[in-house]
Write a protein of this length. Structure first.
Length: 195
């Protein structure tokens, strides 16, 4: 009778493990979605100076916005870093953003931007930039130096970006762009830069 009970527990355990496959396990983080969008620079109106003529771009510049949705199961995490690897015309642009006070739950969002000048540089000044020019994007979730998840927009071998030429410093977090004041509640808090 005891062996029958053990067998049932084993079968139920395997069945449960199979149904949880692909889900985030307790204490783990998971990337659920990566979205790439080419967007124009935001237009702001300023009327504080007498005789001021607002600058109006003839042709709005295009930024690459990379938005990541992720889930977290710990009650709160003080710091969580997302590392971005964006493949543009055979070269990988890298950058990271550290979020603070990440609560448990689904639907957390992080965002990074590639400015128009960087896109133009890596596309050989070809305009307009087409979405297909962004060949792939990989994002890693890192906690205390350990990679907790590593997901790509387009299916590819693990860490496909490691063997390609990389350029750092051209991916900007939201606070470093003209989008800083927009959609404040949509994204996780960004850790302020150290002084």
């Amino acid at each position: 009778m005891k062996s029958l009970h053990s067998l049932l527990v084993l079968v139920c355990g395997l069945s449960l493990a199979g149904s949880l496959q692909g889900q985030v396990a307790p204490g783990v983080f998971g990337i659920t979605k990566i979205t790439k969008t080419l967007i124009t620079s935001p237009q702001f109106t300023y009327s504080g100076a007498q005789g001021y003529q607002p600058y109006q771009a003839n042709q709005p510049n295009q930024w690459l916005e990379v938005e990541v949705e992720f889930s977290s199961t710990p009650e709160y995490v003080e710091e969580l870093t997302l590392r971005y690897h964006v493949l543009v015309n055979g070269k990988v642009l890298t950058g990271e953003v550290t979020h603070t006070n990440v609560a448990a739950g689904k639907g957390h969002r992080s965002v990074m931007y590639v400015p128009p000048q960087a896109l133009s540089r890596f596309m050989g000044n070809r305009q307009p930039i087409q979405p297909a020019a962004i060949q792939n994007i990989a994002v890693q979730i890192v906690q205390q130096g350990a990679v907790k998840d590593d997901t790509s927009l387009v299916k590819a071998p693990a860490q496909w970006y490691a063997a390609l030429p990389r350029t750092a410093g051209l991916l900007l977090n939201k606070n470093e762009t003209p989008f800083a004041a927009l959609y404040w509640d949509r994204y996780e808090m960004i850790k302020p830069a150290s002084h």
